[in-house]
Design a protein around this ligand. Structure first.
Ligand code: SF4
Length: 192
């Protein structure tokens, strides 16, 4: 059996130590995902079977979380009106990093059946980054569960990097938000 060479922490660079801590963090994170369900549309009806005995998402270490500051996943379940989009952006901005977005249904991808509505947005990823899309109108529960497993796999492969893209392209996201909504000011009640 091949033995693994042990390197004491004192011999590792800071970057290597940081990387190892991220690996440990990612292991626990992907096996303990807390989800804020932002139930915007009819796709939300697939969540009760995903959460209860039929599919039991707790088997994957997943559970609901009521507040953005403790949530890992922002789940968008369908179409988004302009008024709702503003609240969704406030919510996303409050979440700790790393944070992930899962979007259900065709509506967040391209507007779905509301694609020509004056009050509903067509592409969610113009406003905040989306890590996993689950297509369908509405997607069945198996597809929703597959979407969660896909997110876990992305975290393992380090490709769930939407939250980093939000930093790197922040000016672009903010411009899109401003074009559709006007100024989006996120208040920080602890530091104002
Ligand atoms: S994708 Fe279909 S089921 Fe989902 S919110 Fe849009 S219209 Fe409703």
């Amino acid at each position: 059996m091949k033995s693994t060479k042990f390197t004491p922490a004192s011999k590792l660079s800071k970057a290597e130590i940081d990387r190892k801590w991220w690996e440990v963090g990612d292991f626990f994170r992907r096996n303990s995902l807390w989800m804020l369900m932002y139930c915007t549309g009819c796709c939300a009806i697939e969540l009760p079977p995903a959460m209860t005995s039929a599919y039991d998402m707790e088997r994957l270490g997943m559970g609901p979380m009521a507040t953005p500051r403790q949530a890992d996943i922002l789940l968008v379940s369908g179409y988004l009106s302009l008024k709702t989009l503003r609240r969704l952006i406030y919510t996303y901005e409050q979440m700790s990093e790393p944070r992930y977005v899962v979007a259900l249904g065709s509506c967040p991808i391209n507007g779905g059946i509301y694609h020509d509505s004056h009050a509903v947005i067509n592409k969610l990823d113009q406003y905040i980054p989306v890590d996993v899309y689950v297509a369908g109108c509405m997607p069945n529960t198996e597809s929703v569960m597959n979407g969660f497993v896909d997110l876990m796999d992305q975290i393992k492969r380090k490709t769930a990097v939407g939250w980093k893209k939000y930093h790197e392209n922040n000016a672009w996201y903010k411009e899109n938000q401003k074009t559709s909504l006007g100024e989006v000011v996120v208040h920080d009640e602890f530091h104002e």
